[in-house]
Ligand binder design. Structure first.
Ligand code: G3H
Ligand code: 13P
Ligand code: ZN
Length: 335
């Protein structure tokens, strides 16, 4: 059993309370490799922001859960080396699929876990989430649960039953499970293709696709039921058009990629939404930089030559999110 506090990590409790009070959101960036980890830490240190580094199932398959956990321990020391005396870094399990997965992460030093029972029948979601909370809280590890399915607007239109989180369920779920935060569904979804072209309108000036707005009415109804309770938004990449254009101009083929407009995420950050998950934008920043570098330098074959600009591009993207979208800069508890 590894005590995450002994390796300098923190759980989400204090940072979420401060974020809800202050009207900003904590960035939750997925990481799979050293360059992403370095870029996340450099951005968090430069902006004096708390940060959540999260590990998905894909990351555990790709990089190995144990290695990622040791990278997070290294990240704390790296942040200090970069000049941050009191870094606030959470190591979080993203989309934990079972009690066993959550337990294994808690036992090896994760400071926060998500149990994603959102695809289960309600009572089963409650039961597995409650079981994870009971285990996690013994070690002061915080737990994120999820209600509602992140299916996107398409399914809202096509299906008779709404996939959005049902505001009438949230009090019961939070009370029965004891979760520390709740991921909700209000129209965001994972990946770089969040909306079909048919769901979008075309901007007459740029010709680009403009997605439909998020269901802020659902968010407001949830906030009324759970005043001050930490809410989480998954699937919150903006899919920046310049990254998509760079990829397409350098041999890529990402057609009709659409994300969540940053104004909407800015609005959500000011509400009870206090954790915003971003993964795809990091993938796009990295791929755009690598494709551009290799197209311009066909003789390069040392991975450091193309991973260096890729890391810098991710760092700039993370800093932009922190400062201009989520507002978590200068929010460390101890400077
Ligand atoms: O929740 C989805 C994240 O973007 C992680 O995806 O399992 O492919 O790493 P992944
Ligand atoms: P994006 O695919 O929009 O980056 O969402 C990531 C996410 O929600 C990870 O849990
Ligand atoms: Zn997610």
């Amino acid at each position: 059993m590894v005590d995450y506090k002994k390796i300098g990590l923190v759980n989400t409790r204090a940072m979420f309370a401060k974020a809800v009070d202050g009207g900003y959101a904590i960035p939750a960036f997925n990481f799979n490799n050293m360059e992403q980890m370095q870029a996340i830490i450099m951005a968090a240190v430069e902006t004096k922001s708390p940060v959540i580094m999260q590990v998905s199932r894909g990351a555990r398959d790709y990089a190995n859960q144990t290695l990622l956990r040791y990278m997070a321990e290294g990240a704390v020391e790296y942040a200090k080396e970069l000049g941050c005396k009191h870094p606030e870094i959470v190591l979080h399990l993203d989309h934990g699929d079972s009690f066993e997965t959550c337990k294994s992460c808690i036992d090896m030093g994760f400071s926060s876990v998500m149990i994603d029972g959102s695809s289960l029948p309600y009572d089963e979601n409650v039961a597995v989430t409650k079981r994870v909370v009971e285990y996690a809280h013994q070690f002061d590890v915080t737990v994120e649960g999820e209600l509602g399915v992140l299916a996107g607007v398409e399914d809202e239109v096509a299906s008779e039953e709404s996939h959005y989180t049902k505001p009438e369920e949230v009090i019961d779920f939070v009370t029965k499970t004891g979760v520390d935060s709740l991921a909700i569904s209000i129209g965001t979804s994972h990946g770089a293709y969040k909306f079909t072209p048919e769901q979008c309108t075309v901007d007459p000036e740029t010709g680009r696709l403009l997605p439909p707005p998020l269901a802020f009415d659902v968010l407001e109804a949830i906030e009324k039921k759970l005043p001050g309770f930490p809410i989480v938004l998954h699937g919150s990449s903006s899919v920046p058009q310049d990254a998509v254009d760079t990829i397409n101009a350098n041999g890529g083929n990402l057609k009709a990629a659409v994300g969540i407009p940053e104004e909407q995420l800015r609005k959500a950050s000011k509400s009870a939404v206090c954790k915003i998950n971003i993964d795809s934008d990091s993938r796009l920043a990295m791929t755009a930089a690598v494709r551009k570098h290799l197209a311009e330098n066909p003789g390069h074959f040392d991975p450091r030559q193309y991973l260096k600009p890729a890391r810098e591009s991710m760092k700039q993207m993370y800093m932009h999110k922190i400062i201009n979208v989520l507002g978590s800069n200068d929010k460390l508890i101890k400077q």
